[in-house]
Design a protein around this ligand. Sequence first.
Ligand code: TRP
Length: 453
Amino acid sequence: MTQTKKSIHGEWSSRLAFILAATGSAVGLGNIWKFPYIAGENGGGAFVIVYLLCILLIGLPIMIAETLIGRRGRQSPINTMSDLADEANADPKWHYVGWLGVISGFLILSYYSVVAGWGIAYVFKAFLGGFSGADGTTIKDTFSSLMSSPLQQIFWHSIFMLVTMLVVSRGVAGGLEKAVRFLMPGLFVILMLLVAYAMTTGSYQQGINFLFNPDFSKITGQAVLTAMGHAFFTLSLGIGAIMVYGSYLPNSISITRTSILIAGADTAVALLAGIAIFPIVFANNLEVAAGPGLIFQTLPIAFGNMTGGWLFGILFFVLLVFAALSSSISLIEPAVAWLVENKEIDRKKACVWAGLATWVVGLGTVFSFNVWSDFKIFDRTIFDLLDYLTANLLLPIGGFCVAVFAGWIMKPDDSEHELRSSKPIHYQIWRFLVRYVSPAAVFLVFLNVVGVL
Ligand code: TRP
């Protein structure tokens, strides 16, 4: 019924354009900032294995599901979900999944922007030679002084939000495609350089052991939940972001192949970041469980002590900020697309409102690191709470609903039609995973955490 529909927001110019945009969305702070620090906090190896399993058995099938739902519906997630529920003669309440996504994306962006702001601050610190010859203690102090200043953080957070909303207000396709084209290879090259530096620290093997030698006694229910939540976070799943991107995808493209490519690239970047960071941690007697400051307290040491480090330091943080930008766009796009479709306001106004609201909530994260650091709800600061609520709860719930919808509610003929350019066996495997494995895994992890299992 809907197979010839096109999106009112435009369409990607090619398969590559979609791959670039979706990879741009997936690869971001999640890979370079978050993955290493949560791997550090959760004991390394065993956590990494659980994370990889989650990508394969939960993330990938749900990514395929989101893309195909998006392409079939061709609108913002909220309207897509209600149309497809209609098409499947299902309850219109399914569109609440779209709502959930809009809210989660908005909450994630509020703290994502603050961390991206730290990244901008570090571009300038690198430029001013702040890392040159520095040791672990100096670099730690640099980070602490940024954390203790609400004004500086608000300044950088504001700049990042402003740029994000400027890009989103012009429509997602054009500029983004071009930016990601040089961004991904650039990031890859600098990460390789950092890995090369890590090899010279004398603690390379120790870093690798930490990251890849599993010690399953370190795995708790919470760690499994964090690994699963991060699989959603890093692949940009559970809020309809990939659904929106899928809605601009031409009908001729194989969704399974592109999803495998994107998930593969995303995982490679995260692992490389970990391989670069942990040897530096051990070589300088730093704390593996340093938390959200981990990359800011380790990588500058590398830049401060390697040849060409001044230039590479600047380049690295510039690329990090761009990677964050190509992700942040997809966090707010579901909300903006919905405002444009339903509130009949133009894209610019939608951006101003969505941006302002996100900026205000972001202040809570800024204050979590200084004036409100003692203010705790459920034993967590505002930042910790936002992170936990979104990554560990809202994203898995959103993803669970997407899996159930694609596997059980959509007519098999319809989902098969969207995956028609994949091999029949791939369709069968996907359908099995998305019907049984992914939803059951999410469910079991939740049960385990609440103590039922
Ligand atoms: N995947 C991005 C990262 O790893 C963050 C992100 C972008 C995201 N869009 C999303 C997370 C949608 C969840 C949902 O940095």
